[in-house]
Design a binder for this molecule. Sequence first.
Ligand SMILES: O=C(O)CCC(=O)C(=O)O
Length: 255
Amino acid sequence: MLSVEKLQLFAEQGYLVEPSFESLDKCNQMLFELQTAIGKHSEHFPRVFDAGMIHNCFMSGPAMRGHLSSQRLRLATDALLCKNAIVYAYQSSSLSPGQGNYGSRIHVDCPRFVPGYRTNLGYVLALQPFTRENGGTWVLPGSHLAERIPELPEFEQGAVQLTCRSGDAIFFDARLVHRAGVNHTDQWRHAITINFCRPFMRSRFDFPKMLSGISWVKDLDSSARKFLGFDVRMPSSLSEFYLPPSERLYLPNQE
Ligand SMILES: O=C(O)CCC(=O)C(=O)O
């Protein structure tokens, strides 16, 4: 799927935009689920530091859950991060009219800098067009190659703003310095964002535990299960450690 040229550019610049990564139909379903989730979330947590960001989006509807079964997404994480990648965090990034959000500060999505080694991969799926006016993501090309996070003037001098159509995806090295823009329109701008990590690392939440007892878990396909960490669960007793191969909690050969 990703040409050698694209992979080379990704290595140098730290990001790439994949056009029409997801269908408009699926994006619209996800948009509906996300808007519903935002309504509920703001009732339960009216004053949070990351307003406009819904956590664990796979809990908020079948389309956002189904996105974890996207073969394109699995192929992309294989190519841009590693085999058997898992989700560190699956959330959304919405900008309400006239606002930025927690993601609008200059930041990287992974605190560790390991020269020459990518630990995490960022992913933003535009559920609506990203424009200059509604806060398309700003990135500083090449900044993933250095440990230092530049100050605002340096960022502003070199940053480029990414504009997208609905369904376009932005992939980035999680060490790339970036930020969400500010929405200067009177309409919301919605996106889902996923941070992927290597399978030996830990997720922000214990997803298998969170999902214990939930009926739709049995319908997840193998790639969605893998993304949610079901193949790298830790045994908590010797009887779990000695389970037969077909029931093992931590599968062999996870990178
Ligand atoms: O919403 C955006 O444009 C960027 C989101 C972001 O900063 C992030 O996912 O870390």
